[in-house]
Design a protein around this ligand. Structure first.
Ligand code: GLU
Length: 490
């Protein structure tokens, strides 16, 4: 392992969001590219909203996408524990250190008092900030407040003099903040839990993280974190803030939204392939210089560069994801696609019971054709249901009869059957060739060549390509259905 150490520290407060997975993926790519170490840490200091179930989801979805980590909650390592709720003593120790060094202080202000403070600041036209009221409490004053039953928080003491804090971001470049826009922020909450900003600094420092790659929504936290690094005497890591992911209206995708579109598991359930989603997510905020879009994991590792990540927001484009996924579905080993499709076919009631060898062989044929028309595997039943039916059902029988009675239809049907019988091997390409010949040879319109055949074979006006329908039904079934259609006209 090389010397760089990266981390992915999600909060298990909801089903993992696509934005977080993208962050994990960029960390993974960079770690793999540099031969570094990726750490999975669970940031569960929000007692009320954190749940083990969400942690399990995080681990499951990371595994599904192939984002393996080298150290962390599910892996162990030399810098554990890797769950923040198990590290409280560590945070307390460092909070006490700051208290002793007069770099932090207890604050007893109630939520109502803080609200009042904010109101007054706004009325004066100032930014609503904590005014430092508890900065200089004496021991006696503290005791009195405690005897009133107040539970304190611990606040970090900002430097007295205004200071400029510069974040040298690996993506955004130099970003400058003035301490005057900050206030004495809380590092320990009254419930005895550290705040995110405090815990993250201690963990990143103690876990020897060298590079923090995370969402741009954390850029405004970085000056606070840099102040903490300095106060605690730790060396800060390098930072890289990834552009936000936007929806089509260029609005931020909401982090805690329950919207299925942002939950990664929804894509798995719909039958997106992990390698397609992997490829797509890598392109959310980054692209290789030649604009190539279909990239394997190995190519992504080879070509990914942190400095090439975009500064501005990345739009989540479902059409592009569908396009990529369709490509991966068509390129994948057909047996894998069949195995992944069987549960959807069962769910749709098209398959009941065990799949024996002959059904499996037939499925390979059917799905190989159907996959040319789908974006994700949940669409397979719809694309194939036609082939599971024993008999043709017409929506409007009298219209069908009218169609089959048209001039030239009998000739088309008999020519087609004759030509099919002459084929050495039945392939979609050969069938396509037959239709081309018929268009040239027969004195009828192209519509009369295609539409009655489709209707006779499927009972439908539209559907999978006719060459594929014939290929799957086979010559005998095609002949039978065409004859039945002609018999209807008698
Ligand atoms: N737990 C934080 C989150 O999920 C981590 C942010 C960070 O990477 O520092 O947003």
């Amino acid at each position: 392992m090389g010397s760089i150490r990266l981390r992915f520290p999600p909060s298990p407060t909801g089903r993992i969001h696509i934005g977080n997975i993208r962050t994990a993926l960029f960390n993974w790519l960079w770690a793999r590219k540099q031969g570094g170490t990726l750490v999975l840490r669970i940031e569960d200091t929000d007692r009320e909203r954190s749940a083990t179930e969400f942690e399990e989801i995080i681990i499951r979805e990371l595994q599904w996408l192939g984002l393996d980590v080298d150290e962390g909650v599910n892996k162990g390592g030399d810098y554990g524990p890797y769950r923040q709720s198990e590290r409280l003593d560590i945070y307390k120790k460092y909070a006490n250190k700051l208290l002793e060094e007069d770099k932090a202080y207890y604050c007893y202000c109630t939520p109502e008092e803080l609200e009042q403070m904010r109101k007054e600041a706004r009325a004066r036209g100032e930014m609503p900030r904590y005014n430092g009221r508890c900065r200089h409490l004496t021991d006696e004053e503290r005791k009195k407040l405690e005897s009133e039953g107040r539970k304190p928080v611990i606040r970090f003491k900002l430097p007295d003099e205004e200071q400029e804090i510069i974040v040298n971001d690996q993506i955004k470049g130099k970003v400058s903040f003035q301490t005057s826009v900050l206030d004495d922020f809380i590092i320990f909450k009254s419930d005895g839990m550290p705040t995110y900003n405090f815990a993250v600094v201690i963990d990143d420092a103690l876990m020897k993280i060298t590079d923090v790659i995370r969402g741009e929504d954390h850029l405004s936290n970085t000056p606070k974190q840099l102040l903490l690094y300095e106060a605690l005497g730790f060396e800060p890591p390098r930072f890289a803030h990834l552009p936000l992911i936007l929806n089509k209206d260029r609005e931020k995708l909401k982090k805690r939204s329950n919207d299925d579109a942002v939950y990664i598991g929804e894509y798995r359930r719909k039958g997106y392939l992990p390698e397609a989603l992997f490829n797509y997510l890598a392109l959310l905020g980054w692209a290789p210089r030649d604009g190539q879009e279909l990239l394997s994991r190995e190519e992504l590792i080879r070509r990914f560069e942190l400095k090439d990540v975009n500064k501005s927001g990345a739009v989540f484009d479902i059409d592009k994801l569908n396009w990529l996924n369709g490509k991966y579905i068509r390129n994948a080993d057909i047996k894998r696609i069949v195995d992944l499709s069987i549960p959807y076919l069962k769910e749709a009631g098209l398959i009941t019971g065990e799949v024996d060898a002959s059904l499996y062989r037939w499925l390979v044929k059917v799905i190989d054709v159907a996959r040319t028309g789908v974006d994700y595997l949940k669409q397979i039943p719809e694309e194939t249901s036609l082939f599971f039916k024993k008999n043709v059902e017409f929506e409007d029988k009298s219209k069908a009869i009218e169609e089959f009675s048209q001039d030239g239809v009998t000739e088309v049907f008999t020519t087609l059957v004759n030509k099919l019988k002459q084929l050495e091997t039945l392939t979609p390409e050969a069938i396509d060739g037959i239709f081309k010949e018929m268009k040239k040879e027969l004195p009828v319109s192209p519509r009369t060549i295609y539409h009655p055949v489709r209707l006779a074979l499927t009972g439908l006006n539209s559907g999978p390509e006719i060459k594929n329908v014939i290929y799957i039904l086979g010559i005998n079934e095609v002949e039978k259905r065409l004859n039945e259609a002609l018999n209807m006209t008698e």
